[in-house]
Design a protein around this ligand. Structure first.
Ligand SMILES: C[C@H]1O[C@@H](n2cnc3c(O)ncnc32)[C@H](O)[C@@H]1O
Ligand SMILES: [Zn+2]
Length: 436
């Protein structure tokens, strides 16, 4: 088994079921690229490792386009609250006591949870992101990491945030790990000044990197933005240059139709986070139908573990499909195939990790599901089972760029990761005093 995880050779997944119901071999070369799919694929390589694909369904690895990975340490710390109260009374006071070691432990726990539920890539915004990068480097996933830029309109704080953002970008460049990218992370229009937003846009353009921002999560955000600036949040972000093809905008719940058109025109990727939105009762669902109509990218995210409270994108796919139907009053909205595309190709396009499909030339970012699991029985339409019946527990094996991260539900080092994260979480809450 240890050989399976450490080996860097070519891999053949033999006789696996694909999403269209056919059976195929998938050949992966030493660089982690899919080089052949089909009946004749086994001839394409001299495989170092053969994975038995019988009783397995191969899907592209899932992509989580909005999370705060290290918030896994805050799972269950503060539930059942309004967003503003939750942030200002519970989360931000606790985060004031965070250390780099906490972020390392929490990000490792998050990576473990994502691997165990079939996620291969994620878009993260948090603090001490050099330590998040170290965790991702070890765990083997792909990630785009942004420092959460919050200046609260204060010039001296803005300077601090600028320096922290620049330092992270330098640090990630120095890692020289193609799986890990940097982005700029202006938190939102209610926590970042216009000068801060404009700096973020300019720096992201100069560095040719992504922008990761919360957008129109609550009605209050829109009302306050209109009162302060005389325009809605998406238009304000656009004035500052933050809406680009490299931008992932999380939540987007309260966008009106003109803002959806604007996101489409700018080629922005919207990240739908239905579990967090329902839990925090933001009271409106992202208008996927308008965003689709105007050509914006549609993707899926979990948000952090404190508002979800897990990182299972299978659950998120189901929530998305159900919430869209319920909120916009139509059972035909967001069918299974579309929400599956959001969680795979849509996310991969947003983060630039590949096509997010199983195709020759694509990176071998693959999850193998158990076709004999209860949730896959019967298996008439794979996308229906994936979205409506399964959760991440159906995932047996995960590959990222051809490296095996989990095999038959074993992830190396799992017990130590859990033990250290639990200790870090308890110590953090203790340090913070009685806020827990
Ligand atoms: C990076 C900062 O963002 C905070 N955060 C986590 N979840 C949300 C959310 O749903 N809306 C706004 N801000 C959020 C996180 O605690 C960090 O402080
Ligand atoms: Zn968030």
């Amino acid at each position: 088994m240890n050989d399976t995880f450490s080996a860097r050779g070519s891999i053949l997944i033999a006789g696996v079921t694909t999403i269209d119901g056919s059976t195929a071999d998938i050949a992966i070369d030493e660089t982690g690229t899919i080089v052949a799919i089909g009946d004749d694929a086994r001839g394409a390589i001299d495989a170092d490792i053969i994975i038995d694909g019988s009783e397995r369904l191969a899907i592209p690895g899932l992509v989580n386009t909005h999370t705060h990975a290290a918030m896994s340490l805050l799972r269950g710390y503060a539930d059942d609250m309004l967003l503003q109260d939750w942030l200002s009374q519970k989360i931000w006071p606790l985060e004031a006591h965070l250390s780099g070691d906490d972020v390392y432990a929490g990000t490792r726990l998050a990576c473990l949870e994502m691997i165990r539920s079939g996620t291969v890539a994620f878009n993260d915004m948090y603090f001490f992101m050099d330590r998040a990068a170290a965790a991702v480097d070890e765990m083997g996933l792909k990630a785009t990491l942004a420092y959460g830029f919050i200046d609260l309109g204060m010039e001296d704080k803005r300077e601090t945030e600028i320096r922290a953002t620049e330092a992270l970008v330098r640090r990630i460049a120095s890692l020289n790990n193609p799986r890990i990218r940097a982005a700029v992370g202006p938190h939102s229009v209610y926590t970042v000044s216009l000068a801060g937003l404009s700096w973020c846009a300019g720096f992201a353009k100069e560095q040719n990197i992504g922008i990761h921002v919360h957008l129109s999560e609550t009605g209050k955000e829109v009302t306050d933005c209109l009162a302060q600036y005389g325009k809605r949040p998406a238009h304000l972000l656009d004035d500052c240059g933050c809406l680009t093809t490299r931008t992932v905008a999380a939540h987007c719940c309260w966008l009106d139709e003109s803002e959806c058109r604007l996101l489409g025109q700018r080629g922005v990727h919207a990240s739908h986070n239905p579990a967090s939105n329902m839990k925090l009762a933001v009271n409106r669902a992202m208008p996927c139908h308008w965003l689709k109509q105007y050509g914006a990218g549609l993707t899926l995210g979990t948000d952090g573990c404190s508002s979800n409270n897990n990182l299972d994108l299978f659950e998120e796919m189901k929530f998305a499909a159900l919430l869209q139907k319920f909120a916009w009053n139509s059972p035909t909205l967001l069918p299974a195939g579309e929400v599956f595309t959001m969680a795979t190709a849509g996310g991969a396009r947003a983060l630039g990790t590949g096509p997010g499909t199983l195709a020759v030339g694509a990176p071998a970012d693959i999850a193998l599901l158990d076709t004999r699991a209860v949730c896959n029985t019967p298996l008439f339409h794979a996308d229906s089972n994936i979205v409506y019946a399964c959760n991440g527990g159906a995932v047996r094996t995960v590959l990222c760029q051809g490296r095996i991260l989990m095999h038959e539900r074993e992830v190396p080092g799992e017990e130590e990761i859990i033990r250290e994260a639990a200790a870090a979480a308890h110590a953090l809450v203790e340090r913070a005093g009685d806020e827990g």
